[in-house]
Design a protein around this ligand. Structure first.
Ligand code: UN1
Length: 512
């Protein structure tokens, strides 16, 4: 155990068998089956987690309903205090939780730490927000009347998170939802459930210390079946789901059928346009981290490079040389740049995509392949790969959650923007240029159609202060910073008449 994993697990309270259903401090043995969480880093069993049954889910929801009655009456800045303490607790456990995330999910330890930092950041943001849940005041058209709007909590927020950011995306949702006065039920990915159990144990201590009731933060563990319970449940007014477009469509339809709200963060097919005016050192570095960071498993990962014909060959050869220096191996070993993908299914998806791009006429710039031998026993390590391709290839139109980068050549900026926008997804995008006209055209109304559009930085690694999310098949949801909090509340418009007359709006006369 040269990375001290067992010590971190012990400090986080992870046992060899863990209950997966919790209403806060209470852990409910549902009698359900246990699933095993294996590390893609070394293929070892980390621990087991019990699945939530339908009955367990019912218990969680009724406790959440009860908790909401109280939590909504706690003043928002006081709710913010709880979130502040959560952020402080995360500061204490940053190294251990970062390590668990890295070991369970496979991202590098640096990125595991970064993910916990993202949680700390959103807690800070939410604490400030707890004093800024502002509504507008309006001038009434009627004398002696006042109009304003206020924001009330929604109730139970169901959070379905993905394996690739097993803890941060939950925190974006839950930290905001809590200050907004909502209670949360979290279903972490069944591919990284221990990270979920660890977070629940951390937050439970804070609720316990303050004598808060069960049900403000609950955990359920399972696959899509548990997600379906939430999506169809009218007691859950908002379902926030992160994952594939396929999953998001199912959630969106089920929630929409009952006219509930969904907040969807789905697939990306993110591109960087590298113009002939780009600072190529920066462009290469930005593309490299974007494409191979998290082994290409961020929803913001760079999947396509749209490169001007005059710099195409240079970018191609510099990228190939940068890729040749990548060290692939155990994500906890800080000398490695790239860790494994999440599991063998992901390896299969990666291989299929490579097969397809070649069948469609793609040319290898850096050939892919599965790594074997010492250190690669888990079978989840793949080589980051690069192919020259055309944007219309079926496989290029598709998000493959793996480190595969497609190079596409262009000659005019209009063409580059059309290629950038010419995919079903609309999450993140970037342009590398030192030319102001190119940058502004890319950001203009006729530019990128994505929820995120960057200049001279890559597509991934968004800060929490901005609203995070995207258009088209990415699902349209916005989480995290800016005014994303509004998704977690209901708006109420109030008109108050303090006069002794009762004039009707629009000047309508109605006298008897
Ligand atoms: C995701 O991949 O689901 O912008 C979230 C980024 C991170 C979050 C990614 N801050 O890459």
């Amino acid at each position: 155990d040269k990375f001290g994993i067992q010590d971190s697990l012990r400090r986080l309270g992870i046992k060899s068998e863990n209950i997966g259903t919790s209403t806060g401090t209470q852990w409910i043995d549902t009698g359900g089956e246990y699933i095993s969480s294996y590390s893609p880093a070394d293929g070892e069993l980390i621990a087991k987690v019990q699945l939530t049954t339908k009955e367990g889910y019912e218990q969680v929801i009724s406790s959440a309903q009860e908790a909401f009655e109280l939590w909504r009456t706690v003043p928002a800045p006081k709710r913010g205090e709880i979130v502040r303490e959560f952020g402080n607790a995360l500061r204490e456990v940053k190294a251990d939780l970062g390590k668990l995330v890295s070991y369970e999910m496979g991202k590098s330890y640096q990125e595991g730490l970064g993910e916990v930092q993202e949680m700390i950041d959103i807690c800070d943001f939410a604490v400030g927000l707890s004093r800024q849940l502002y509504g507008l005041t309006m001038h009434s058209e009627r004398p002696g009347h006042r109009m304003y709007e206020q924001w009330h909590p929604l109730g139970i927020v169901g959070i379905i998170s993905a394996f690739n950011f097993p803890v941060a995306v939950w925190s974006w949702n839950t930290a905001l939802a809590w200050v907004c006065g909502d209670v949360c039920v979290w279903k972490p990915s069944e591919k990284a459930p221990l990270s979920g159990v660890a977070c629940q144990l951390i937050i439970a201590e804070i609720f316990k210390k303050h004598g808060l009731p069960e049900g403000i933060s609950s955990l359920v563990v399972g696959d899509y079946k548990v997600g379906e319970l939430m999506s169809h449940d009218p007691r859950v007014p908002l379902v926030s789901a992160t994952g594939s477009t396929r999953m998001g469509k199912l959630v969106g339809q089920a929630v929409g059928a009952r006219l509930g709200r969904s907040l969807l963060e789905l697939g990306g097919n993110n591109a960087i346009i590298i113009t002939e005016n780009a600072d190529l050192d920066m462009a290469i570095r930005g593309a490299l981290f974007g494409a191979v960071g998290t082994a290409g498993q961020r929803c913001t990962s760079t999947r396509r490079l749209i490169i001007h014909e005059n710099v195409f060959e240079e970018v191609k050869s510099r990228l190939a040389s940068a890729y040749s220096k990548l060290v692939i191996g155990n994500p906890l070993d800080e000398k490695n740049h790239v860790g494994p993908v999440i599991d063998k299914d992901a390896v299969h998806g990666y291989l299929k995509a490579i097969e397809k791009v070649k069948a469609e006429g793609g040319k290898a710039v850096v050939e892919g392949g599965v790594l074997s031998g010492e250190g690669y026993e888990s079978g989840c390590y793949v080589k980051p790969a690069i192919y020259e391709a055309k944007n219309h290839f079926e496989i290029v139109q598709h998000e493959t959650f793996a480190p595969i980068l497609y190079l596409i050549k262009y000659s005019t900026l209009d063409e580059a923007i059309a290629i950038q926008n010419g995919v079903p997804q609309g999450l993140s995008s970037a342009i590398m240029t030192t030319n102001m006209r190119e940058a502004e055209a890319f950001l203009s109304v006729a530019g990128s159609d994505c929820g995120i559009a960057n200049v001279n930085i890559g597509t991934s690694g968004a800060e929490i202060g901005g609203a995070f999310g995207g258009e088209k098949e990415t699902g349209g949801g916005r989480e995290s910073g800016s005014d994303a909090w509004k998704a977690y509340m209901r708006r109420q418009t109030n008109t108050i008449n303090y006069s002794s007359a009762l004039p009707l709006a629009q000047g309508i006369k109605f006298d008897i």
